[in-house]
Write a protein that binds this ligand. Sequence first.
Ligand code: ADP
Length: 271
Amino acid sequence: RPHLHLQIQISLFGEDDRLIVVKDVTRLFQLEQMRRDFVSNVSHEMRTPLTVISGYLETMVDNSDDLPARWQKALRTMAQQSSRMEALITDLLLLSKLETGEHHGAEVVVNVEAMCRQICQDARALSGEARHEFQLDIAERHFLRGDQDQLRSAFSNLVFNAVKYTPAGGKIFVSWYTNREGAHLSVKDTGIGIDPIHIPRLTERFYRADPSRHKETGGTGLGLAIVKHVLLNHDGKLEILSRIGDGSEFICHFPRERLAEPETLPASATE
Ligand code: ADP
């Protein structure tokens, strides 16, 4: 066997007695590895045919003026659904790379303020007619050391979720602050909120507080799982505060060691 994985549990009894349990979890590790490989392979294999189908469907939608209305509608639905499937595959691939640590790009000093401004701008487009109000509160000049692409996908998942789960006209606050414990990025909304019983499970793949809503919101069900893994890769953790009807707050906590001064950054790291 190339690798043996052991789980060791030591329990203390009284002054000197110890119980040591050694468990061979190699098989469990292998199964987990197989699951990851399988998901990653299937996603890879599905990506190319799906890109072709989506491409043709878009062309057909663009040239469907002469077709009867019901065919036009059918084509539009097919195009929408195939782009949803593309988004799902992109997220599945990203998640499996994050899990294996394969996605680790070079660490740079990330300008969180510039990144969040850009994300809010994109989120405004997503909000569209709903006209959410965005408030950015980023006074700190501190930057964060990490993988730029990973952090961008984590923060944008949180801001886009805030848009998706906040009714029209609601507010979305993005703030970045540091204190003795470290650095914190908070994304807060005045949206529908989450029942506390769901909170501990929200970062599981495909877990949804309200499964009937996901068709409207168009999410992949993997957003918060991605956020959790990005934070794990950055020694951080996610805190979720929410009450039904009052809105939600998602806070990414990073340790102080992740903070960096802008002067130390390589030239390519600013946005
Ligand atoms: P989805 O694609 O379903 O949005 P996510 O992993 O991003 O998947 O989120 C998981 C679930 O967490 C969502 O289905 C929703 O129930 C809940 N959720 C996430 N963000 C918010 C938010 N800002 N307000 C209310 N509920 C949220």
